[in-house]
Design a protein around this ligand. Structure first.
Ligand code: PEP
Ligand code: CO
Length: 450
């Protein structure tokens, strides 16, 4: 690829970049990050790519999920462990149902920058820059908090490394050992309406495992560890290119800040800077497919990003909304099938189902709250499975915004959270997430469908 290098994107229009007040400071910080060791290795990335190629062929299933945006203050042991626990529990349920190995990819260790629909936010006549994630500025509505600070990029890099270090240590220490799935329980699991269904499944897996080990007379050691991969939106191109490099003994140029970067819906212009950057790196990449994406644009994106039809290279994450998925998805599936590529198709049932509801605040005044309804999320997923089956394609994964915490951000689920419950524990700075119970229930319902 002689016309590409890790800075060739600079000649293209870049959406969603930050207006850094101090450009010289940014350059200094980026130069510092360039010299730091990578967060992940090309060997791990190549391993993930071959697993994704198997998922594209229907041999594995992808579970991709986590916070909408990570925050620096949530970089602590209990939050990280509970995010792993919910991913593990969901993957156990999905494996049990699909009889396929599940690839677990977290939206973590770097998901610190967000695209926004507007550069500024106005409240009561005051206009300030929008909050763009902890890598850029802070959420409080003050001029000082909203000022983009390049130094935060360095802190984000350190937080990513700490997160990843803890995940690796937990996994190496047997945290994810299938012999002890009871370790993944979060405190309040036993109160959940779905707890008994989950417990029955775990018991039956334990029995199967013991039976197999007795039969074979050996302990199945591979089941003592599972892998997690990291992922974040490829958004701030100065930062992404700072960790993009060639490595000894392996071809290609790699983004070593994450295993699996994705192209967001707001930055997917075929001739834009983000596509230019992503087309040259060797990582597997994902592309969000929004209602605005036409079949023709999707075909062009596939050709630009995966010219050699490389197995595992391209994952397409459709997020079309329950209302329109039936109308919009089939032509997109047909367009990609016509290019003869074997992509991995994934459904994100979150981002097309965001709505604003009005609820009574503490002082009795109505306030607008961003939420998502469990039934819409489930309905988009179920319909997506059907549409893929009808078109002869394979839905090989799911993408969720979720948390291991007991938050009240999405309505519905077995406990029937209503609009009036939302403010009880509404913690997200950006998009509403499934809470622990809702996420596990979603996995159980998807599993039934599979
Ligand atoms: C996201 O995944 O948080 C996001 C912003 O998604 P999209 O680009 O699909 O809107
Ligand atoms: Co989001």
């Amino acid at each position: 690829m002689s016309d590409w290098n890790s800075d060739s994107w600079r000649a293209r229009p870049a959406q969603q970049q930050v207006l850094w007040p101090d450009r010289a400071e940014l350059d200094r910080i980026i130069a510092e990050i360039r010299e730091l060791p990578p967060l992940v290795t090309s060997g791990e990335i190549a391993g993930l790519k071959s697993q994704l190629a198997e998922a594209a062929c229907g041999e594995r299933f992808l579970l991709h999920g986590g916070d909408c945006a990570e925050s620096f203050s949530d970089c602590n042991s209990s939050r990280i462990a509970s995010q792993l626990k919910i991913l593990l529990q969901m993957s156990l349920v999905l494996t049990h149902a699909s009889r396929k190995r599940v690839i677990r990819i977290g939206r973590f260790a770097g998901q610190y920058a967000k695209p926004r629909s507007s550069d500024t936010e106005t409240r009561g006549g005051t206009q300030l820059p929008s909050f763009r994630g902890d890598n850029v500025n802070r959420p409080d509505f003050t001029a000082e908090a909203r000022r983009p600070e390049p130094r935060l990029l360095l802190r984000g890099y350190a937080r990513s490394a700490m997160t990843l270090n803890f995940i690796r240590a937990l996994v190496d220490g047997g945290f994810a050992d299938l012999h002890h799935p009871e370790q993944w329980n979060l405190d309040w699991v036993s109160h959940s309406p779905r707890a008994s269904e989950y417990k029955r499944m775990v018991d039956s897996i334990g029995e199967g495992l013991r039976f197999m080990e007795t039969l074979a007379g050996v302990r199945v050691h591979q089941l003592q560890r599972v892998d997690f991969y990291t992922s974040h939106e490829c958004l701030l191109l100065d930062l992404e290119s700072a960790q993009t490099r060639a490595v000894p003994r392996r071809d290609g140029v790699w983004n070593l800040s994450t295993h699996f970067p994705w192209l967001g819906a707001r930055t997917s212009q075929v001739d834009g800077a983000h596509v230019e950057y992503l087309r040259g790196i060797a990582n597997p990449i994902a592309v969000k497919v929004a209602p605005e994406t036409t079949p023709q644009q999707l075909t062009q994106l596939c050709e630009r990003l995966d010219p050699h039809q490389e197995p595992g290279r391209l994952t397409l994450i459709h997020r079309l909304g329950a209302r329109r998925v039936g109308e919009l998805l089939p032509p997109l599936l047909r367009a990609v099938t016509a290019t003869k590529r074997k992509v991995l198709w994934v459904c994100d049932p979150m981002h097309g189902n965001t709505e604003i509801v009005s609820v009574a605040g503490a002082d009795g005044q109505q306030v607008p709250v961003k939420t998502r309804a469990f039934e819409h999320i489930l309905s988009e997923l179920e319909e997506s499975f059907d549409l893929h089956r009808r078109e002869g394609t394979n839905l090989g994964g799911v993408h969720f915004e979720m948390t291991g915490e007991n938050v009240t951000e999405c309505t519905g689920g077995a406990r029937g959270l209503a609009g009036g419950d939302l403010l009880r524990s509404y913690q997200t700075a950006l998009d509403p997430r499934l809470n622990y119970e809702q996420a596990l229930e979603m996995a159980l319902l998807v599993a039934r469908r599979m």
